[in-house]
Design a protein around this ligand. Structure first.
Ligand SMILES: Nc1ncnc2c1ncn2[C@@H]1O[C@H](COP(=O)(O)OP(=O)(O)OP(=O)(O)O)[C@@H](O)[C@H]1O
Ligand SMILES: [Mg+2]
Length: 419
Protein backbone atom coordinates (compact mmCIF):
# COMPACT_ATOMS: atom_id res chain seq x y z
CA UNK A 1 0.00 0.00 0.00
CA UNK A 2 1.64 3.28 -1.00
CA UNK A 3 1.52 6.35 1.23
CA UNK A 4 -1.58 8.46 0.58
CA UNK A 5 -0.57 11.76 -1.03
CA UNK A 6 -0.15 14.74 1.29
CA UNK A 7 0.62 12.63 4.34
CA UNK A 8 4.26 13.15 5.20
CA UNK A 9 5.18 10.27 7.45
CA UNK A 10 8.43 9.95 9.35
CA UNK A 11 10.25 6.68 9.79
CA UNK A 12 12.89 6.03 12.43
CA UNK A 13 15.29 3.11 12.30
CA UNK A 14 17.57 2.17 15.18
CA UNK A 15 20.15 -0.47 14.33
CA UNK A 16 21.56 -1.72 17.62
CA UNK A 17 23.87 -4.51 18.72
CA UNK A 18 20.97 -6.59 20.08
CA UNK A 19 17.92 -5.41 18.17
CA UNK A 20 16.85 -3.48 15.09
CA UNK A 21 13.74 -1.39 15.68
CA UNK A 22 11.59 0.72 13.39
CA UNK A 23 8.86 3.27 13.99
CA UNK A 24 6.48 4.96 11.57
CA UNK A 25 4.68 8.10 12.73
CA UNK A 26 2.59 10.90 11.34
CA UNK A 27 3.40 14.45 12.45
CA UNK A 28 0.33 16.46 13.39
CA UNK A 29 -0.45 20.17 12.98
CA UNK A 30 1.23 21.20 16.23
CA UNK A 31 4.32 19.07 15.68
CA UNK A 32 3.01 16.19 17.80
CA UNK A 33 3.52 12.67 16.52
CA UNK A 34 0.90 10.00 16.00
CA UNK A 35 2.50 6.57 16.07
CA UNK A 36 1.21 4.34 13.30
CA UNK A 37 3.41 1.28 13.63
CA UNK A 38 6.51 -0.18 15.26
CA UNK A 39 8.60 -3.23 14.52
CA UNK A 40 11.53 -5.08 16.02
CA UNK A 41 13.89 -7.89 15.10
CA UNK A 42 16.85 -9.47 16.80
CA UNK A 43 20.07 -7.99 15.45
CA UNK A 44 22.74 -10.55 14.73
CA UNK A 45 24.98 -8.65 12.35
CA UNK A 46 25.95 -5.68 14.53
CA UNK A 47 28.83 -5.69 16.99
CA UNK A 48 29.44 -2.78 19.38
CA UNK A 49 27.28 -0.61 17.12
CA UNK A 50 29.27 -1.41 13.97
CA UNK A 51 27.84 -3.41 11.07
CA UNK A 52 29.82 -6.65 11.07
CA UNK A 53 27.60 -8.75 8.82
CA UNK A 54 25.82 -6.96 5.97
CA UNK A 55 23.39 -9.72 5.05
CA UNK A 56 22.14 -10.38 8.54
CA UNK A 57 21.80 -6.69 9.29
CA UNK A 58 19.98 -6.03 6.04
CA UNK A 59 17.57 -8.90 6.73
CA UNK A 60 16.84 -7.62 10.24
CA UNK A 61 16.23 -4.10 8.91
CA UNK A 62 13.86 -5.41 6.24
CA UNK A 63 11.89 -7.50 8.70
CA UNK A 64 11.64 -4.80 11.37
CA UNK A 65 10.49 -2.22 8.82
CA UNK A 66 8.02 -4.63 7.21
CA UNK A 67 6.51 -5.34 10.60
CA UNK A 68 6.07 -1.62 11.28
CA UNK A 69 4.63 -1.15 7.78
CA UNK A 70 2.11 -3.93 8.27
CA UNK A 71 0.86 -2.40 11.50
CA UNK A 72 0.82 1.10 10.01
CA UNK A 73 -0.92 -0.19 6.88
CA UNK A 74 1.42 1.75 4.62
CA UNK A 75 4.78 1.49 2.92
CA UNK A 76 7.65 3.83 3.66
CA UNK A 77 10.47 4.90 1.39
CA UNK A 78 13.12 6.41 3.61
CA UNK A 79 14.18 6.54 7.21
CA UNK A 80 16.12 8.53 9.77
CA UNK A 81 18.81 6.16 10.92
CA UNK A 82 20.57 6.25 14.29
CA UNK A 83 24.33 5.89 14.54
CA UNK A 84 25.65 4.63 17.86
CA UNK A 85 29.04 3.11 17.11
CA UNK A 86 32.20 4.63 18.49
CA UNK A 87 34.21 7.39 16.93
CA UNK A 88 31.71 10.23 17.32
CA UNK A 89 33.42 13.53 17.95
CA UNK A 90 31.65 16.70 19.03
CA UNK A 91 33.32 20.07 18.58
CA UNK A 92 32.30 23.68 18.63
CA UNK A 93 33.83 25.95 15.98
CA UNK A 94 33.74 29.61 16.93
CA UNK A 95 34.11 32.44 14.41
CA UNK A 96 33.96 36.22 14.71
CA UNK A 97 33.51 39.22 12.39
CA UNK A 98 34.00 42.92 13.17
CA UNK A 99 30.89 45.10 12.69
CA UNK A 100 32.30 48.43 13.97
CA UNK A 101 29.29 49.57 15.96
CA UNK A 102 26.81 49.74 13.08
CA UNK A 103 23.67 47.72 12.39
CA UNK A 104 24.23 44.07 11.49
CA UNK A 105 23.29 43.42 7.88
CA UNK A 106 22.62 40.24 6.01
CA UNK A 107 26.03 40.45 4.36
CA UNK A 108 27.72 40.52 7.79
CA UNK A 109 26.06 37.26 8.71
CA UNK A 110 26.97 35.83 5.29
CA UNK A 111 30.62 36.75 5.93
CA UNK A 112 30.46 35.16 9.33
CA UNK A 113 29.07 31.97 7.84
CA UNK A 114 31.74 31.88 5.16
CA UNK A 115 34.40 32.28 7.87
CA UNK A 116 32.65 29.50 9.80
CA UNK A 117 32.63 27.34 6.71
CA UNK A 118 36.36 27.80 6.28
CA UNK A 119 37.04 26.99 9.91
CA UNK A 120 35.37 23.57 9.81
CA UNK A 121 37.77 20.92 8.77
CA UNK A 122 36.35 17.41 8.98
CA UNK A 123 39.81 15.93 8.23
CA UNK A 124 38.49 13.01 6.27
CA UNK A 125 35.64 12.47 8.70
CA UNK A 126 31.93 12.49 7.91
CA UNK A 127 29.94 15.37 9.24
CA UNK A 128 26.68 14.17 10.78
CA UNK A 129 25.53 17.42 12.36
CA UNK A 130 26.48 21.07 11.91
CA UNK A 131 24.10 23.18 13.87
CA UNK A 132 24.04 26.90 14.54
CA UNK A 133 24.40 26.94 18.29
CA UNK A 134 24.87 30.42 19.60
CA UNK A 135 25.35 33.98 18.33
CA UNK A 136 27.26 36.34 20.59
CA UNK A 137 27.06 40.13 20.25
CA UNK A 138 29.89 42.02 21.98
CA UNK A 139 30.06 39.42 24.71
CA UNK A 140 26.30 38.99 25.07
CA UNK A 141 25.71 35.29 24.53
CA UNK A 142 22.60 33.51 23.34
CA UNK A 143 21.34 36.01 20.76
CA UNK A 144 18.93 34.16 18.47
CA UNK A 145 18.43 36.77 15.71
CA UNK A 146 21.34 39.18 15.35
CA UNK A 147 20.04 40.76 12.13
CA UNK A 148 19.31 44.50 12.59
CA UNK A 149 21.03 44.86 15.98
CA UNK A 150 24.03 47.18 16.56
CA UNK A 151 27.35 45.63 17.56
CA UNK A 152 31.12 45.90 17.45
CA UNK A 153 31.70 42.19 17.08
CA UNK A 154 29.50 39.29 16.03
CA UNK A 155 30.44 35.70 16.89
CA UNK A 156 28.79 32.40 16.05
CA UNK A 157 29.40 28.98 17.57
CA UNK A 158 28.86 26.13 15.15
CA UNK A 159 28.22 22.81 16.81
CA UNK A 160 29.71 20.01 14.77
CA UNK A 161 29.41 16.23 15.23
CA UNK A 162 31.55 14.11 12.96
CA UNK A 163 32.67 10.51 12.79
CA UNK A 164 34.72 7.98 10.85
CA UNK A 165 33.46 7.52 7.28
CA UNK A 166 33.59 3.73 6.81
CA UNK A 167 31.14 2.61 9.52
CA UNK A 168 28.66 5.26 8.38
CA UNK A 169 28.96 4.09 4.77
CA UNK A 170 28.40 0.48 5.84
CA UNK A 171 25.29 1.45 7.76
CA UNK A 172 24.04 3.51 4.84
CA UNK A 173 24.64 0.61 2.46
CA UNK A 174 22.77 -1.85 4.68
CA UNK A 175 19.71 0.39 4.83
CA UNK A 176 19.74 0.94 1.06
CA UNK A 177 20.16 -2.80 0.43
CA UNK A 178 16.97 -3.22 2.43
CA UNK A 179 15.33 -0.94 -0.19
CA UNK A 180 15.05 2.11 2.00
CA UNK A 181 16.40 5.59 1.37
CA UNK A 182 18.39 7.32 4.11
CA UNK A 183 16.94 10.71 5.02
CA UNK A 184 19.73 11.35 7.50
CA UNK A 185 22.09 9.51 9.77
CA UNK A 186 21.68 10.91 13.25
CA UNK A 187 24.14 10.53 16.12
CA UNK A 188 22.33 8.39 18.67
CA UNK A 189 22.93 10.72 21.67
CA UNK A 190 21.35 13.60 19.73
CA UNK A 191 18.23 11.49 19.22
CA UNK A 192 18.19 9.98 22.72
CA UNK A 193 18.62 13.40 24.34
CA UNK A 194 15.54 14.64 22.55
CA UNK A 195 13.40 11.74 23.71
CA UNK A 196 14.20 11.48 27.40
CA UNK A 197 15.55 14.85 28.56
CA UNK A 198 13.44 17.93 29.14
CA UNK A 199 14.32 21.18 27.40
CA UNK A 200 15.10 22.67 30.79
CA UNK A 201 17.50 19.85 31.67
CA UNK A 202 19.32 20.31 28.38
CA UNK A 203 19.46 24.04 29.06
CA UNK A 204 20.75 23.79 32.64
CA UNK A 205 23.19 20.95 32.11
CA UNK A 206 22.66 17.20 32.30
CA UNK A 207 24.59 14.04 31.46
CA UNK A 208 22.95 11.29 29.46
CA UNK A 209 24.31 7.75 29.65
CA UNK A 210 22.78 5.39 27.11
CA UNK A 211 23.64 1.84 28.10
CA UNK A 212 22.92 -0.46 25.19
CA UNK A 213 23.86 -4.05 24.52
CA UNK A 214 27.29 -3.41 23.03
CA UNK A 215 27.88 0.31 23.48
CA UNK A 216 27.51 2.84 26.27
CA UNK A 217 27.32 6.40 24.99
CA UNK A 218 28.07 9.12 27.55
CA UNK A 219 27.01 12.60 26.49
CA UNK A 220 26.76 15.97 28.16
CA UNK A 221 24.16 18.64 27.35
CA UNK A 222 24.41 22.28 28.34
CA UNK A 223 22.97 25.52 27.01
CA UNK A 224 20.36 23.49 25.17
CA UNK A 225 22.76 21.44 23.08
CA UNK A 226 24.95 18.39 23.16
CA UNK A 227 28.39 19.69 24.06
CA UNK A 228 30.43 16.54 24.38
CA UNK A 229 30.27 12.80 24.00
CA UNK A 230 32.27 9.70 24.52
CA UNK A 231 31.52 6.18 23.38
CA UNK A 232 32.50 3.18 25.51
CA UNK A 233 32.58 -0.29 23.91
CA UNK A 234 30.86 -2.02 26.82
CA UNK A 235 27.23 -2.82 27.52
CA UNK A 236 24.61 -5.31 28.66
CA UNK A 237 26.05 -8.09 26.48
CA UNK A 238 29.20 -8.11 28.60
CA UNK A 239 27.19 -8.72 31.75
CA UNK A 240 25.31 -11.57 30.06
CA UNK A 241 28.55 -13.13 28.82
CA UNK A 242 30.09 -12.91 32.28
CA UNK A 243 27.11 -14.75 33.76
CA UNK A 244 27.23 -17.40 31.02
CA UNK A 245 30.91 -18.13 31.58
CA UNK A 246 30.80 -17.92 35.39
CA UNK A 247 28.01 -20.49 35.67
CA UNK A 248 28.68 -22.54 32.54
CA UNK A 249 25.35 -21.85 30.90
CA UNK A 250 24.09 -20.64 27.52
CA UNK A 251 23.75 -16.97 26.67
CA UNK A 252 19.95 -17.12 26.43
CA UNK A 253 19.81 -18.62 29.90
CA UNK A 254 22.28 -16.05 31.23
CA UNK A 255 20.17 -13.26 29.72
CA UNK A 256 17.07 -14.66 31.42
CA UNK A 257 18.85 -14.88 34.78
CA UNK A 258 20.08 -11.31 34.46
CA UNK A 259 16.68 -9.88 33.58
CA UNK A 260 14.63 -11.92 36.10
CA UNK A 261 16.92 -12.30 39.12
CA UNK A 262 19.71 -9.83 38.45
CA UNK A 263 20.18 -6.59 40.33
CA UNK A 264 22.71 -3.81 40.72
CA UNK A 265 22.02 -3.55 44.45
CA UNK A 266 22.35 -6.19 47.15
CA UNK A 267 20.18 -7.25 50.07
CA UNK A 268 20.80 -9.79 52.88
CA UNK A 269 18.00 -11.98 51.44
CA UNK A 270 20.13 -12.67 48.34
CA UNK A 271 22.04 -15.35 50.27
CA UNK A 272 18.85 -17.34 50.79
CA UNK A 273 17.27 -16.98 47.33
CA UNK A 274 18.22 -20.03 45.31
CA UNK A 275 18.27 -20.04 41.49
CA UNK A 276 18.40 -23.10 39.23
CA UNK A 277 20.54 -22.79 36.12
CA UNK A 278 20.13 -24.95 33.02
CA UNK A 279 23.46 -26.42 31.94
CA UNK A 280 24.92 -25.86 28.47
CA UNK A 281 24.49 -29.51 27.54
CA UNK A 282 20.91 -30.79 27.42
CA UNK A 283 19.44 -32.87 30.25
CA UNK A 284 19.42 -35.92 27.96
CA UNK A 285 23.20 -35.88 28.01
CA UNK A 286 23.10 -36.31 31.73
CA UNK A 287 24.17 -32.80 32.67
CA UNK A 288 22.84 -31.62 35.98
CA UNK A 289 21.13 -28.39 36.81
CA UNK A 290 23.34 -26.04 38.80
CA UNK A 291 21.94 -24.26 41.84
CA UNK A 292 23.34 -20.91 42.93
CA UNK A 293 22.34 -18.17 45.33
CA UNK A 294 21.07 -14.86 44.05
CA UNK A 295 24.03 -13.30 45.86
CA UNK A 296 26.42 -15.21 43.58
CA UNK A 297 24.61 -13.95 40.48
CA UNK A 298 24.62 -10.37 41.71
CA UNK A 299 28.33 -10.57 42.57
CA UNK A 300 29.12 -11.41 38.93
CA UNK A 301 26.89 -8.62 37.66
CA UNK A 302 28.40 -6.06 40.02
CA UNK A 303 31.92 -6.92 39.00
CA UNK A 304 31.22 -5.81 35.45
CA UNK A 305 29.07 -2.88 36.61
CA UNK A 306 31.94 -1.55 38.67
CA UNK A 307 34.12 -1.46 35.58
CA UNK A 308 31.35 0.17 33.58
CA UNK A 309 30.67 2.82 36.24
CA UNK A 310 34.38 3.59 36.58
CA UNK A 311 34.56 4.18 32.86
CA UNK A 312 31.41 6.30 32.91
CA UNK A 313 32.76 8.40 35.80
CA UNK A 314 36.03 8.89 33.93
CA UNK A 315 34.18 9.85 30.74
CA UNK A 316 32.09 12.41 32.64
CA UNK A 317 35.27 13.86 34.10
CA UNK A 318 36.95 14.00 30.69
CA UNK A 319 33.88 15.76 29.31
CA UNK A 320 34.11 18.38 32.06
CA UNK A 321 30.84 17.32 33.68
CA UNK A 322 31.69 18.62 37.10
CA UNK A 323 31.06 21.69 39.18
CA UNK A 324 27.78 23.50 39.58
CA UNK A 325 26.17 22.60 36.27
CA UNK A 326 26.91 18.90 36.60
CA UNK A 327 23.85 17.99 38.59
CA UNK A 328 21.74 15.31 37.10
CA UNK A 329 22.67 12.09 35.32
CA UNK A 330 20.03 10.31 33.24
CA UNK A 331 20.49 6.64 32.38
CA UNK A 332 18.75 5.12 29.40
CA UNK A 333 19.16 2.20 26.95
CA UNK A 334 18.14 -1.40 27.61
CA UNK A 335 20.89 -2.12 30.13
CA UNK A 336 19.56 0.65 32.40
CA UNK A 337 16.56 -1.63 33.05
CA UNK A 338 18.62 -3.78 35.38
CA UNK A 339 16.95 -3.68 38.80
CA UNK A 340 18.41 -1.07 41.15
CA UNK A 341 20.54 0.52 38.43
CA UNK A 342 19.66 4.15 39.21
CA UNK A 343 20.29 3.67 42.97
CA UNK A 344 23.57 1.96 42.30
CA UNK A 345 24.75 4.65 39.86
CA UNK A 346 23.70 7.39 42.27
CA UNK A 347 25.90 5.87 44.96
CA UNK A 348 28.92 5.47 42.70
CA UNK A 349 28.67 8.76 40.81
CA UNK A 350 27.54 10.83 43.79
CA UNK A 351 24.89 12.62 41.76
CA UNK A 352 21.15 12.49 41.29
CA UNK A 353 20.44 9.69 38.82
CA UNK A 354 17.19 8.72 37.14
CA UNK A 355 16.28 6.30 34.37
CA UNK A 356 15.00 8.12 31.29
CA UNK A 357 12.26 6.60 29.17
CA UNK A 358 11.11 7.89 25.79
CA UNK A 359 8.63 10.69 26.20
CA UNK A 360 6.50 9.95 23.19
CA UNK A 361 2.82 9.32 23.84
CA UNK A 362 1.28 6.38 22.05
CA UNK A 363 4.28 4.05 22.03
CA UNK A 364 3.07 0.45 22.42
CA UNK A 365 3.97 -1.05 25.81
CA UNK A 366 6.55 -3.37 24.28
CA UNK A 367 8.41 -0.38 22.86
CA UNK A 368 8.08 2.18 25.60
CA UNK A 369 11.03 1.17 27.79
CA UNK A 370 14.48 2.82 27.90
CA UNK A 371 15.76 0.50 25.13
CA UNK A 372 13.59 2.52 22.72
CA UNK A 373 14.72 6.02 23.68
CA UNK A 374 16.90 6.43 20.59
CA UNK A 375 14.16 5.11 18.30
CA UNK A 376 11.63 7.60 19.68
CA UNK A 377 14.23 10.38 19.55
CA UNK A 378 14.91 9.70 15.89
CA UNK A 379 11.22 10.18 15.12
CA UNK A 380 11.14 13.39 17.17
CA UNK A 381 14.26 14.63 15.43
CA UNK A 382 12.76 13.79 12.03
CA UNK A 383 9.61 15.74 12.83
CA UNK A 384 11.35 18.74 14.37
CA UNK A 385 11.97 22.12 12.77
CA UNK A 386 15.62 21.29 12.58
CA UNK A 387 14.66 18.89 9.87
CA UNK A 388 13.78 21.72 7.51
CA UNK A 389 17.07 23.47 8.16
CA UNK A 390 19.08 20.34 7.75
CA UNK A 391 17.32 19.23 4.63
CA UNK A 392 17.73 22.62 3.03
CA UNK A 393 19.92 22.22 -0.04
CA UNK A 394 18.69 18.85 -1.20
CA UNK A 395 20.18 15.39 -1.05
CA UNK A 396 16.83 14.17 0.16
CA UNK A 397 17.63 10.53 -0.24
CA UNK A 398 21.34 10.60 0.35
CA UNK A 399 23.50 10.58 3.37
CA UNK A 400 25.15 13.92 3.75
CA UNK A 401 28.52 13.64 2.19
CA UNK A 402 30.07 15.78 4.87
CA UNK A 403 32.94 16.77 2.71
CA UNK A 404 33.60 19.27 -0.04
CA UNK A 405 31.41 21.97 -1.42
CA UNK A 406 28.09 20.15 -1.04
CA UNK A 407 28.28 20.02 2.71
CA UNK A 408 29.52 23.57 2.97
CA UNK A 409 26.63 24.84 0.86
CA UNK A 410 24.19 23.02 3.09
CA UNK A 411 25.87 24.38 6.16
CA UNK A 412 25.55 27.91 4.88
CA UNK A 413 21.94 27.35 3.88
CA UNK A 414 21.29 26.01 7.30
CA UNK A 415 22.62 29.12 8.98
CA UNK A 416 20.82 31.40 6.61
CA UNK A 417 17.53 29.79 7.51
CA UNK A 418 18.17 30.50 11.14
CA UNK A 419 18.50 34.26 11.26
N1 LIG B 1 15.37 -6.03 32.55
C1 LIG B 1 16.64 -5.96 32.16
N2 LIG B 1 17.65 -6.14 33.06
C2 LIG B 1 18.92 -6.08 32.67
N3 LIG B 1 19.34 -5.87 31.41
C3 LIG B 1 18.39 -5.70 30.47
C4 LIG B 1 17.01 -5.74 30.78
N4 LIG B 1 16.31 -5.55 29.64
C5 LIG B 1 17.22 -5.39 28.66
N5 LIG B 1 18.47 -5.48 29.14
C6 LIG B 1 19.74 -5.44 28.40
O1 LIG B 1 19.76 -4.33 27.55
C7 LIG B 1 20.59 -4.61 26.42
C8 LIG B 1 19.90 -4.14 25.16
O2 LIG B 1 19.80 -2.76 25.19
P1 LIG B 1 19.45 -1.91 23.89
O3 LIG B 1 18.23 -2.48 23.27
O4 LIG B 1 19.42 -0.50 24.30
O5 LIG B 1 20.72 -2.24 22.99
P2 LIG B 1 20.93 -2.05 21.42
O6 LIG B 1 20.36 -0.75 21.00
O7 LIG B 1 20.45 -3.26 20.70
O8 LIG B 1 22.52 -2.06 21.31
P3 LIG B 1 23.59 -0.88 21.18
O9 LIG B 1 22.89 0.42 21.25
O10 LIG B 1 24.54 -1.09 22.31
O11 LIG B 1 24.24 -1.14 19.86
C9 LIG B 1 20.84 -6.10 26.41
O12 LIG B 1 22.18 -6.38 26.77
C10 LIG B 1 19.87 -6.62 27.47
O13 LIG B 1 20.41 -7.72 28.16
MG1 LIG C 1 21.07 1.20 20.96
Amino acid sequence: MPQPPGRKLVTALDIGSSKVSALIAEPGEAGELRILGTGQRESRGVKRGYVADMERTEAAIREAVEQAERIAGTNVEDAFVGYSAGGLVSTVASVEVGIGGRKIEKSDIDNLLIAGRDSINPEGRILLHALPALYTLDGLQGVKKPLGLHADKLTVDIHVISTEPSPVRNLDLCVRSAHLGVSAIVASPVAAGRACLSEEERELGVALVEMGAGVTNVSVFAGGMLVGLKSLPIGGIDITDDIASAFGTRRVEAERLKCFYGSATTSPRDNHDMIDIAPIAGAEEGAETTRITRAQLIAIIRQRLEQLMDEIAQALKDLGFAGPFGRQVVLTGGASELKGMADYAQGVLGRAVRVGRPKLPGLPDAHSGPAFTTLAGLALFAASNELDLRRFGGNEKGTRKGEGEGMMQRLISLFKSNY
